[in-house]
Design a protein around this ligand. Structure first.
Ligand code: FUL
Length: 508
């Protein structure tokens, strides 16, 4: 009875609400003519997203484009790549170590995040860990009082004035020194304890790098990745976790710095495994049907090895630019390793190469020849004046949240198109840049680019940024058209650029 009363009074409230709303609505519609000026001011809402979407930390990560890896440890002093774990801490003595120099080199290269090997496979720790004495504490460096992680964090904080540098940590799961390795419970406890030290002592950590590398005769054991990842998110909620399988950033499947020409930020995590390096092609290209947003990071060293070796020298500018086009230019991040030497400094040759690299990138991309051109498109969401989705948006400074959107109806030509026209003079360029509004999902599956009606490039994915360096070299024309032939829902283009790469010219 009581229940019935409650229900009927709810019904009454609902009825009265509905009636008053209907009344209000009818007055509104009756007095508001269809094309009133006030109505023109009401903006068209953005189109619905296409899932999965990036998290806010992943979006910030993507915009960094270039990040730096620092491989440093006992291997630096023993001329090796994979230490045995039997190295004496006495070999570690970087008498001139200056983390400020590392940070300056990073800033000069336009890098905003540096990732340090806090512990590599040899198990030697670059910070004072309570849980082992196999660390800088047992080394002669600074009488055992030095802390490389602490020095980097301190220098990065000071480097803020130079543009801001964040810190990331690589803590190798495979540990060839510690006796607990191979005993699943004990080693996982040890590893997690070290992770907690690193994530609580040094302020904000923006990326944690986990790899599955392990020698073929290493003791058999499993890692509790689920616990480790949960601990990272608990202690550093804005950190992105990298591994062969994400969850936030995935490995690109090779160490050359090359992503696939098709490269989706989406993938199915259930098809991946952290410890098993198979599925390399899948990692390289991603998956248009993937249910997880896990963009790829391209790790490569400026030298042949990851650690510094006297006999090696840095790659030349042409090689670095090729890596840039094949990583950043294929919707990925470039994680470039620049190893400090036995003095504890990044060699001057490498610092100089980083400066050249930055100058080249700035020279190529600071001028957009499409700027000032007129832009037309096959259709426009909300009309040209009302929606905020006009084709001109592809030429503004925002490469994420202002974009061209077609109206979503069947296109007259059977495909979407957007065209840049100079009006008079011929545009001369050898690089085309296209960016999607990935905040609403990655969508474009197939497109072609035409200059005055002639096809000069085509592709299968765009994502955050796609660069086409034209095989033909410099081309000229008054109009450039992108035809979008296949897309997951309507395509959204946030930026478009025509650029001139003088280095390509010379290197060809
Ligand atoms: C791999 C390691 O085995 C290499 O030594 C290096 O650290 C590279 C970045 O990751 O998994």
């Amino acid at each position: 009875m009581h229940r019935h009363n409650k229900q009927s009074s709810r019904l009454l409230i609902l009825l009265s609400l509905t009636t008053s709303h209907l009344l209000r609505f009818s007055t509104l519609t009756a007095s508001a003519p269809a094309a009133s000026p006030s109505r023109d001011k009401v903006a068209m809402p953005p189109p619905l997203p296409v899932l999965p979407l990036p998290s806010s930390s992943q979006l910030k990560w993507q915009q960094r484009e270039l990040i730096m890896f620092l491989h440093f440890g006992v291997n630096t002093f023993t001329d090796s790549e994979w230490g045995t774990g039997r190295e004496s801490p006495s070999v570690f003595n970087p008498v001139g170590l200056d983390a400020g120099q590392w940070v300056s080199a990073a800033v000069a290269a336009g890098v905003s995040l540096v990732i340090l090997t806090a512990k590599h496979h040899d198990g030697f720790c670059l910070w004072h860990s309570k849980y082992t004495d196999h660390s800088v504490a047992s080394s002669p460096w600074k009488g055992g009082r030095g802390d490389v992680v602490g020095e980097l964090v301190g220098a990065a904080a000071e480097g803020q004035s130079g543009g801001g540098v964040d810190v990331g940590i690589y803590l190798s799961p495979w540990d060839r020194h510690d006796r607990r390795y191979g005993k699943t419970l004990e080693y996982n406890e040890y590893y997690l304890a070290q992770l907690q030290e690193l994530l609580t002592r040094y302020g904000s950590v923006k990326e944690i790098w986990f790899d599955g590398a392990k020698g073929s005769n290493a003791p058999n054991m499993s890692y509790d990745f689920t616990d480790w990842f949960a601990m990272v998110k608990e202690l550093q909620s804005s950190a992105n976790i990298f591994s062969n399988a994400g969850p936030d950033v995935r490995w690109v499947g090779n160490e050359n710095g090359f992503a696939g020409t098709t490269c989706w930020s989406t993938i199915n995590r259930t098809a991946l495994s952290i410890e098993n390096g198979s599925n390399l092609d899948y990692l390289n290209t991603g998956d248009p049907a993937g249910t997880d947003w896990v963009p790829a990071e391209c790790d490569v060293s400026i030298r042949t090895g990851w650690f510094w070796h006297k006999s090696q020298s840095p790659k030349n500018l042409t090689q670095l630019l090729e890596i840039y086009y094949n990583s950043v230019g294929r919707n990925c991040l470039l994680l470039l390793n620049v190893p400090p030497n036995t003095t504890g400094l990044i060699p001057e040759s490498d610092v100089e190469r980083l400066r050249e690299f930055r100058t080249a990138i700035d020279t190529i991309f600071s001028t957009n020849l499409a700027e000032g051109c007129s832009v037309r498109a096959s259709s426009n969401r909300g009309g040209r004046n009302n929606g905020g989705f006009a084709p001109e948006n592809v030429l503004d400074e925002d490469h994420l949240w202002t974009y061209w959107a077609p109206d979503g109806r069947e296109e007259r030509d059977g495909y979407y198109w957007i065209e840049i026209s100079s009006g008079g003079s011929s545009l001369k360029f050898n690089v085309i840049r296209i960016q999607e509004a990935i905040g609403l999902g990655q969508r474009i599956k197939r497109y072609e680019i035409y200059v005055e009606g002639e096809k000069i490039a085509n592709g299968t994915t765009i994502g955050y940024k796609r660069l086409h360096r034209l095989k033909k070299g410099v081309v000229g024309g008054r109009n450039v058209m992108i035809k979008i032939l296949e897309s997951r829902s309507v395509p959204l283009i946030s930026s478009f650029g025509l650029h001139c790469d003088p280095y390509y010219w010379h290197s060809k």
